[in-house]
Design a protein around this ligand. Structure first.
Ligand code: FAD
Ligand code: DHB
Length: 388
């Protein structure tokens, strides 16, 4: 089998890339290790920057998003027992953020691709990439026990943090930047109305908590926990009690539909290209979730990659492929900084002394009282401008 772009991974990065290439008349084949049912049920991100929504719209995959998503103009920071509202739209010249489950966007993109009869293979086993430093890279895998092979002009590594593409680059050619945080998030999805129309980010002496949502009937709630937290030790009652302590009495409980623990790390692999292999999304970088940036950064990478591949396949040369990594990394590091900053501002660190506590409290008080400080947070939160 042969294609122009072999795409490894059907997460937001791989599926959006396939769709944007298709719009430009460029062929691709998407290979996904897991089943369709598995990836459609995987509950992860929920908050889209304004530019991400515009990108999904331009890609022709935002029909249901526009009907069902929740548009937010502000958020609340809760500390010292009070809410401090940031009017994101007023601070950013009218920008908004949008709540739409990542798995809903994934479902929409899968349906559109399959309805168009375009190649998307689930359950691909033993996926491996070869000859990535040459002009004819290949992908091999097994499907229903049969060995398969795909010849490509370019391979897009969109296979997430635990995928095989990044480790296929010789270690000597990659520089890794990594930070692991001394806490994790316990996240639940519950059948209960959100406690507020907007998100609440809470800093509490017992630890961080976040109240977000998926709809007017479904809440998504997170609380800071130990990095190696054992979910079995968290009964539903204990989870609600901890959330109520940190978020306050307005919290409405209900049946818990799903729960999980998410580790927190910052990670960047440089460069994001090796020969004809281009990494995009979590395959190249991870941010701690506090700034809600992971999926948005994956979408931003894809925009840059599409422009580069469009120029290449139109015979306009490799200049944009050559600048792909540097263009992406400029945004990646700004978003890393913001995600790190939000994380350290809002979480409890067991090793912090009273001085550090007072500094954090002063920073929050400054934020609550300064339009300049709020503008900085808001312009990052709604999404920095794209390079193109
Ligand atoms: P992934 O979604 O990881 O997709 C990679 C795909 O590749 C997967 O389907 C995987 O099965 C497949 N794959 C892996 N290995 C192979 C292989 N060998 N062969 C073939 N396929 C393979 N981001 C936000 O923007 N906003 C948020 O609010 C937010 N909240 C989050 C909350 C939580 C609890 C978590 C865990 C993450 C959150 N994120 C958020 C981050 C976001 O979910 C990720 O950044 C996003 O999924 C990245 O998309 P991706 O396509 O790069 O990778
Ligand atoms: C969501 C997750 C985040 O990490 C965040 O900062 C905001 C919202 C969410 O799942 O809705």
């Amino acid at each position: 089998m042969r294609t122009q772009v072999g795409i490894v991974g059907a997460g937001p990065a791989g599926l959006l890339l396939a769709q944007m290439l298709h719009q430009r008349g460029i062929d691709s084949v998407v290979l996904e290790a897991r089943s369709r049912a598995h990836i459609e049920a995987r509950i992860r991100a929920g908050l889209l920057e304004q530019g991400s929504v515009e990108t999904l719209h331009a890609a022709g995959v935002a029909g249901r998003l526009h009907r069902e998503a929740l548009v937010h103009h502000g958020l609340a920071l809760r500390f010292g027992g009070r809410d401090h509202r940031l009017d994101l739209s007023a601070l950013t010249g009218g920008k908004v953020v949008t709540i739409y489950g990542q798995q809903e966007a994934v479902k929409d993109m899968i349906a559109i691709r399959l309805d168009a009869g375009l190649p998307l293979h689930f359950g691909a086993e033993e996926v491996a990439i070869h000859d990535i430093a040459t002009a004819r890279p290949r992908i091999t895998w097994r499907e229903d026990g049969v060995a398969r092979e795909l010849d490509c002009d370019v391979i897009a590594g969109c296979d997430g943090f635990h995928g095989i593409c990044r480790p296929s680059i010789p270690a000597a050619d990659l520089t890794i930047f990594d930070r692991i945080y001394p806490f994790a998030w316990l996240g639940i999805l519950s059948r209960s109305p959100p406690m507020s129309e907007e998100l609440i980010y809470a800093r509490h002496p017992e630890g961080f908590a976040l109240a977000t949502m998926r709809s007017t009937a479904i809440s998504r709630l997170y609380l800071q926990c130990a990095p190696d937290e054992d979910l079995a030790r968290w009964s539903d009652d204990r989870i609600w009690a901890a959330l109520r302590t940190r978020l306050g009495d307005g919290l409405k409980d209900g049946p818990i539909l799903q729960k999980g623990v998410t580790a927190m790390r910052s990670f960047v692999a440089e460069p994001m290209r090796h020969g004809r292999l281009f990494l995009a999304g979590d395959a190249a970088h991870i941010v701690p979730p506090t700034g809600a940036k992971g999926m948005n950064l994956a979408i931003a990478d894809v925009r840059v990659l599409v422009r580069a591949l469009e120029a290449f396949f139109a015979g306009r040369g490799e200049a944009l492929m050559d600048s792909y990594s540097a263009t992406c990394l400029d945004r990646v590091w700004k978003v890393q900084r913001f995600s790190w900053w939000m994380t350290q501002l809002l979480h409890r660190y067991d090793d912090h002394d009273a001085f550090e506590e007072r500094i954090r409290r002063a920073e929050l008080d400054y934020l609550a009282g300064s339009t300049a400080a709020q503008t900085t947070l808001a312009e990052n939160y709604v999404g920095l401008p794209y390079a193109d």
